[in-house]
Design a protein around this ligand. Structure first.
Ligand SMILES: Cc1cc2nc3c(=O)[nH]c(=O)nc-3n(C[C@H](O)[C@H](O)[C@H](O)COP(=O)(O)O)c2cc1C
Length: 230
């Protein structure tokens, strides 16, 4: 590659990773379809086992999104929980601690005490309105590819959020939407041979909304290395 400077490349990637965050309030402003396509074609470049590229996406916006929102919101209010892929069984130890910390940051940012169940449920319901995002991407994976298909989709989702950041679009992956899979499947006519992995909501961020003003932390890299190769 011409003019390749490893430090510059790493700095660019690191800056992009620093800029990305999960956005939970969007402006009421449409994202051009050409921008969405650019993001998707960038995200598609991630590796996948056997180059299967198992992800498939449904792009939902405008009137269709308004209709979907009504159905997912009703499902959320009714506390429907029927994901295609089992949700985590338990967050224990350090995972429990991290989960609590990020919940406290989220609810704290909008003045909700985490033990106030009614107020926190109200905020949770905003998931089903896609946080007012103008565009939602539903990602599915073929059931036959099992956990490795999901792994490939995870890579795709990460790249999608980074590509979006690079072009000035905020995003949030939402497993909450996978929790109401039957409603999403029926509305979009998705095949029963595919798992609904999650949604990614996209749009221009409402930067003045306090819910977008906190940033989650990351563990020191020393904690993730279980064995040192010297
Ligand atoms: C697979 C996946 C599913 C997620 N589902 C939700 C969700 O349903 N609702 C939500 O508010 N955030 C959801 N998030 C966002 C995480 O809470 C967020 O990524 C994490 O707290 C780290 O914060 P950051 O993205 O701002 O760095 C999800 C993230 C991932 C990767």
């Amino acid at each position: 590659m011409n003019n390749f400077n490893a430090n510059d490349e790493l700095n660019s990637l690191n800056n992009l990773l620093d800029q990305r965050y999960s956005c939970r309030a969007f402006l009421n402003k449409a994202v051009p379809k050409s921008t969405i396509l650019k993001i998707l074609s960038c995200a598609q470049k991630v590796p996948s086992w056997c180059n299967a590229q198992p992800w498939e996406v449904s792009i939902v916006s405008e009137d269709k999104l308004e209709s979907l929102k009504k159905l997912t919101t009703k499902a959320g209010v009714d506390r429907l929980h029927k994901p295609d892929i089992k949700f985590p069984l338990a967050y224990e130890g350090v995972y429990k601690k991290r989960r609590r910390e990020c919940a406290e940051q989220l609810y704290g940012s909008i003045g909700i005490n985490i033990s106030d169940r009614d107020a926190s449920f109200k905020q949770t319901l905003k998931n089903y309105e896609f946080f007012n995002a103008p565009c939602v991407i539903i990602i599915t994976s073929p059931k036959n590819l099992g956990p490795y298909g999901l792994l490939d989709c995870g890579a795709f989702i990460t790249a999608l959020t980074l590509a979006a950041t690079a072009i000035g679009i905020a995003s949030i992956p939402q497993a909450a939407i996978a929790g109401v899979a039957p409603v999403v499947r029926e509305f979009l006519g998705l095949s029963s041979t595919r798992d609904i992995v999650c949604a990614v909501s996209l749009g221009y961020p409402d930067v003045n909304n306090p819910v977008n003003k906190f940033r989650t932390t990351r563990a020191n890299e020393q904690y993730l290395i279980k064995e040192n190769i010297t």
